[in-house]
Design a protein around this ligand. Structure first.
Ligand SMILES: NC(=O)c1ccc[n+]([C@@H]2O[C@H](COP(=O)([O-])OP(=O)(O)OC[C@H]3O[C@@H](n4cnc5c(N)ncnc54)[C@H](OP(=O)(O)O)[C@@H]3O)[C@@H](O)[C@H]2O)c1
Length: 308
């Protein structure tokens, strides 16, 4: 039994050190030095090699090194290989920080002030109390729930929307496609924390934007494929949306001639909302490997039919 890590070698060495200390029985090897292929039982990677079935005939679990699995081509992954996404405190804390920062930037009109600053205009905007600011989160998963909990501490009026019905303290929850519009109708700030699947691709579109309150603001920390980019530009031009903070785009890196770069009402970051932290991630994966070895259910196991 061995574990292969395929990714940044420097980060891989942190993982390797963790496994050496805490699981000396499990050889942890860094791609491309994989050792005997028939011993490879576990693979940790963001991007598996194309011929994964032939390369690792005894592979049992593929661990994504990130929170999503939408980057995988499931057709190339043998159906008996379990696919597991990354759930670890480093990702959760990073997302809490980013989503809170972005929500507060919208709440306290930072993008408006940036537009005013360029015009050298000193012009205060009325401060809206948090209780009167309605923030909606799409996706009440590991990250959506963590972000809601933190936003709750500021006293915001919170609502959230999810595929299956969920309950979160202090949050008005909506479920399923029938409740999407009533959910959107009450949002001043919309945060997308959905996984990218066939059901969610393009969900941040004109229809969604025009179902929000007029002048609402967007935060996309899901995936670039959630957003119909032209619809965002149109909604900003028409004043239906006031501003957007985007951590992800359809094409990454964003092409240099893309209109988002210069847009005064768009703040962009290069897909850094949260990052897997090697030390805590190694700990989480080792715990999952131990679960696998004792026949327990793995945390973060993917349902291939649903796509997340
Ligand atoms: N920008 C970044 O740096 C960054 C970092 C980490 C993650 N992310 C993104 O964040 C996403 C969420 O991560 P997570 O760990 O919170 O995932 P998760 O725990 O799997 O949560 C996903 C949530 O979305 C809901 N959902 C799925 N499909 C839906 C649909 N069609 N309609 C409504 N709700 C739907 C799920 O509902 P159920 O409860 O019914 O299953 C679940 O509650 C990731 O997939 C990734 O795309 C981005």
């Amino acid at each position: 039994v061995s574990i292969v890590f395929r990714g940044d070698v420097e980060r891989g060495r942190v993982w390797q050190q963790y496994f050496r200390t805490h699981a000396p029985d499990l050889p942890f090897v860094l791609w491309p030095h994989v050792g005997p292929p028939e011993e490879v039982t576990y693979l940790v990677t963001w991007q598996p090699p194309e011929n994964i079935a032939a390369l690792f005939p005894r592979l049992q679990v593929l661990f994504s090194s990130g929170a999503g699995v939408d980057q995988f081509d499931f057709a190339c992954i043998p159906s008996d290989v379990q696919v597991v996404r990354m759930i670890e405190p480093g990702i959760i804390n990073g997302m809490i920080e980013y989503a809170t920062l972005a929500a507060l930037m919208h709440h306290r009109n930072f993008i408006d002030y940036d537009v005013l600053r360029r015009r050298r205009e000193w012009s205060p905007i009325r401060v809206v109390p948090a209780q009167e600011r309605h923030i909606g989160v799409m996706g009440i998963g590991v990250l959506g729930r963590a972000v809601l909990e933190r936003l709750h501490s500021f006293g915001f009026a919170l609502r959230a929307w999810n595929r299956s019905s969920r309950q979160v303290d202090g949050v008005t929850c909506f479920a399923g496609n029938d409740e999407l519009e009533p959910f959107l109708a009450g949002c001043d700030i919309l945060i997308c924390l959905l996984p990218l699947t066939e059901a969610t691709r393009g969900i941040l579109c004109r229809k969604t934007f025009f179902a929000l309150k007029r002048g609402a603001a967007l935060i996309n920390v899901g995936r670039g494929g959630h957003l119909v980019e032209q619809d965002l530009l149109d909604a900003l031009a028409e004043g239906q949306l006031s501003a957007a903070i985007l951590d992800v785009t359809a094409v990454e890196p964003l092409p240099s001639d893309h209109p988002f770069w210069d847009h005064p009402r768009i703040v962009l970051t290069p897909h850094i909302a949260s990052m897997t932290q090697p030390h805590t991630a190694a700990q989480a994966v080792l715990a999952n490997v131990r679960r696998h070895q004792t026949g327990e259910q793995l945390l973060g196991a993917i349902d291939r039919e649903r796509g997340y």
